[in-house]
Design a protein around this ligand. Structure first.
Ligand SMILES: Cc1ncc(COP(=O)(O)O)c(C=O)c1O
Length: 381
């Protein structure tokens, strides 16, 4: 048997991770400035993460959501304290796409509508249609009978309001910072006006913080930079630091109904233990302010680097727009300097999503290496 070939592979096989580094079997060390698609928040194999997982696996790794769970309270307390979203409720699932599916469905159930506004360059997941082939009435919402989406340019509030005025919009979904779209940061004023317009016209504002959340932007959620209060917030990636888990934070205005949302594995015991540990480490090691500082340092240095056209992002979510194609630069960073970096939809953007614990030593090594690659004699075009 073979794996279904949907992933492009680099010919490298890491077998161990520690902090900001990956190691191959022959002991070669690689700096991870991509965190496996922005998943690694507190660092690979953090001791607190390992003990949470191992201790939980030794007592009760899984039971269904139909019984009381002693891990709920510690997680809710940690989530409220570290995120500051004290009055929201939490729904847990397994991935970013699933979090967005649930948020869109909740918005549709709440408003009775099924039209959604999304933004050009956005990415919210790859799933579709499971609910449409499901015959279970309590799990249905208007959106499930066929979603209607209008894509709009980012940062154009006039076009958003023109759509909202039609009165048939259930939800507006937007990433805290667009990741795959090339690390595009929505303007603070745009987010504030969007939030006010959604309130005025009765549309649900969904902030997709799957990639930009859990401290990555130098705030717990990237929308915190605009000080808005979304109706629904979706999260995944950094939440589990490698353990598959996602979630939706739900404003108390939303009405719950048994069976409306649900999942077999979501909120399992190991996920609860791990997310609680991740939140505690973020808090204890002050990783959010650390990410803000190191990120700003990197951004400042990158802005004056030869071969760099522009730099976008916040904290440790950084998009470097190069004067040339990013793919050969990424390959050279990986195979010559042993650094993992990420790509984005625009072919000339290099995306950085290092662990939030990355320090000055890692930043300097990355900057020196990138400068060498960009000024080497190879022609990247
Ligand atoms: C902003 C955003 N939303 C949703 C997703 C989908 O998450 P998952 O791959 O966990 O389904 C991603 C994945 O990259 C993402 O970046």
């Amino acid at each position: 048997m073979e794996f279904f070939p949907v992933y492009q592979l680099f010919d490298i096989m890491p077998v161990q991770g520690r902090g900001c580094y990956l190691y191959t079997e022959d002991g070669q060390r690689y700096l991870d400035f991509y965190g496996g698609h922005g998943v690694i928040s507190i660092g690979h194999s953090h001791p607190r993460w390992i003990s949470a997982l191992v201790e939980q696996a030794q007592s009760l790794p899984f039971y269904s959501n139909s019984v009381r769970n002693p891990l709920h309270e510690p997680l809710l307390e940690a989530m409220a304290r570290v995120s500051g979203m004290t009055h929201y409720q939490l729904f847990l699932c397994n991935s970013g796409a699933e979090a967005n599916e649930n948020a869109l469905k909740l918005a549709s159930f709440h408003t009775g509508k099924r039209r959604v506004l999304a933004f050009e360059g956005g990415f919210h997941g790859r799933t579709s249609a499971a609910i449409q082939v499901t015959d279970l009435c309590q799990a249905k919402a208007p959106l499930n009978s066929g979603i209607e989406v209008t894509f709009l340019p980012l940062n154009d509030i006039g076009l958003v309001v023109a759509q909202l005025r039609k009165g048939d919009v259930a939800a507006v979904i937007i990433e805290g910072i667009q990741g795959i779209g090339g690390v595009q940061v929505p303007a603070k004023a745009f987010l504030q006006e969007l939030s006010a317009a959604c309130r005025q016209y009765g549309a649900v504002l969904i902030l997709d913080e799957v990639q930009s959340g859990f401290g990555r932007s130098g705030q717990f959620f990237a929308f915190g930079h605009a000080a808005i209060e979304p109706n629904l917030v979706t999260m995944a990636k950094g939440m589990g630091n490698g353990f598959p888990v996602g979630g939706v934070l739900v404003h108390p205005d939303f009405e719950a109904r048994p069976g409306l949302l649900g999942t077999t594995f979501g909120g399992n015991h190991m996920a609860l233990a791990v997310v609680t540990a991740v939140l505690e480490v973020i808090e204890q090691e002050q990783l959010i302010s650390h990410a803000a500082q190191i990120g700003q340092y990197l951004i400042n240095e990158l802005r004056i680097m030869r071969g760099v056209r522009s730099v976008r992002g916040r904290g440790l979510m950084i998009g470097i727009e190069l004067e040339s194609e990013a793919a050969p630069v990424r390959r050279d960073l990986l195979f010559t300097h042993r650094i993992f970096t990420g790509s984005a939809a625009p072919a000339n953007v290099l995306r950085l999503l290092p662990p939030l614990s990355a320090g000055l030593a890692e930043a300097h090594y990355f900057l020196d290496s990138l400068q060498q690659v960009l000024t080497s004699k190879k022609v990247y075009s």
